[in-house]
Write a protein that binds this ligand. Structure first.
Ligand SMILES: NC(=O)c1ccc[n+]([C@@H]2O[C@H](COP(=O)([O-])OP(=O)(O)OC[C@H]3O[C@@H](n4cnc5c(N)ncnc54)[C@H](OP(=O)(O)O)[C@@H]3O)[C@@H](O)[C@H]2O)c1
Length: 320
């Protein structure tokens, strides 16, 4: 079968479309004929050798996909750790979900990682349930114009949350506002910590979705109000998060970790998330935002776009 292979660790030039053997099925897995794959920041890290648990190359790339389940012909979308950017993937049955009928395979491939991660971020932040008295809660979403970011905006709108979001460009922010983002912060033009202070009149936000790492974790903690939570789920800067616990004492705040790879093994949690996400999906509230689609043969360009921070919404690969 045709597959996108990480031939060795390195930049996008190490990616090669090659013929490889069909995948072998392990217990609890089944075969899916892949039509499209969703590209994630984690794929760029796996290519460069920075993603925990990834086997050594050569390795078939890709962690989410949409296609036809061979056992029953149903259209499914799914989540894996690698092997998804190929004509066939051996996928865990527990991590396959039916695709909304009217969605394209690109839209299906853009769903699992972004929407489960965004939903679980609200869960970790304690923002899924309304609070007594009905006060409005608020969140600062970094990389709000990206894959997880645009999913978080759609979910935040449904939860009635006041959303602030950062991006490197006004143009991207204007596009996210059409999804429901109320407050955009162009971090190239102004410091986001100052902006949050000013926009919330010194109060701060209830949660920050933080995927930058380095000093941004402390900076994000300084954007919190009393008892707020930073949800750390990435290190796009390439630097490990720095946390000064004295900042946390000051306002009774906390920092939480979120890793879908780990949480996806928790059946109860994933089922709870799917119940809510699928209900919203069926009601027409969730629409994966596809910014860019590339044929598999141009995967290097797709990875480059994501690495350079030039993408909007989700980047997808057309496999067949
Ligand atoms: N823990 C988990 O389970 C989990 C799951 C999914 C994703 N993630 C993490 O969430 C983050 C977003 O992932 P995604 O796949 O949805 O990607 P994405 O947000 O679609 O793309 C990354 C965006 O991050 C922004 N960015 C800021 N600093 C950057 C930098 N130094 N290098 C590159 N981009 C930078 C850019 O947007 P602007 O130009 O607008 O700033 C860029 O478009 C990544 O850090 C990823 O590892 C974690």
């Amino acid at each position: 079968m045709k597959a996108l292979v990480i031939s060795q660790l390195g930049g996008p030039d190490v990616l090669e479309v090659r013929q490889v053997a069909d995948p072998a099925l392990a217990a609890g897995q089944e075969l899916v004929q892949v039509e499209a794959g969703g590209l994630n920041f984690a794929d760029t890290m796996a290519m460069q050798g920075g993603y925990p648990g990834t086997p050594k190359p050569p390795l078939v790339a890709g962690r989410e996909f949409c296609g036809i389940r061979l056992s029953d012909g149903e259209r499914v979308m799914g989540y894996a750790q690698w092997g998804a950017f190929a004509e066939k993937v051996a996928a865990s049955t527990a991590l396959l979900w039916p695709v909304q009928k009217e969605w394209s395979s690109e839209e299906g491939a853009a769903f699992p990682v972004n929407y489960f991660t965004a939903y679980l971020a609200y869960w970790k932040a304690g923002l899924l349930e309304p609070i007594q008295g009905g006060a409005t809660r608020s969140v600062l979403i970094h990389a709000v114009a990206g894959g997880v970011g645009t999913a978080a905006v759609q979910i935040g709108k449904l939860l009635g949350i006041e959303m602030y979001g950062t991006s490197s460009s006004e143009e991207k922010l204007e596009r996210v506002k059409t999804l429901g983002l109320q407050h955009g912060i162009d971090y190239k033009q102004r410091d986001y910590e100052d902006a949050i202070k000013e926009m919330t009149r010194g109060d701060g936000v209830d949660a920050v979705f933080e995927m930058l790492g380095g000093e941004h974790t402390n900076k994000s903690a300084r954007c919190l109000r009393d008892f707020g939570r930073v949800i750390v789920y990435g290190t796009a800067t390439g630097k490990p998060s720095v946390v000064d616990t004295r900042l946390l004492y000051a306002k009774g705040t906390s920092v939480h970790g979120l890793w879908l790879t780990y949480l996806s093994a928790n059946r109860g949690l994933m089922n709870q998330a799917w119940q809510q996400l699928s209900a919203w999906m069926a009601q027409g509230y969730l629409h994966p935002v596809i910014g860019h689609a590339f044929p598999l043969e141009q995967a290097s360009d797709a990875y480059r776009l994501l690495l350079e921070g030039k993408s909007f919404g989700k980047v997808v690969l057309q496999v067949t």
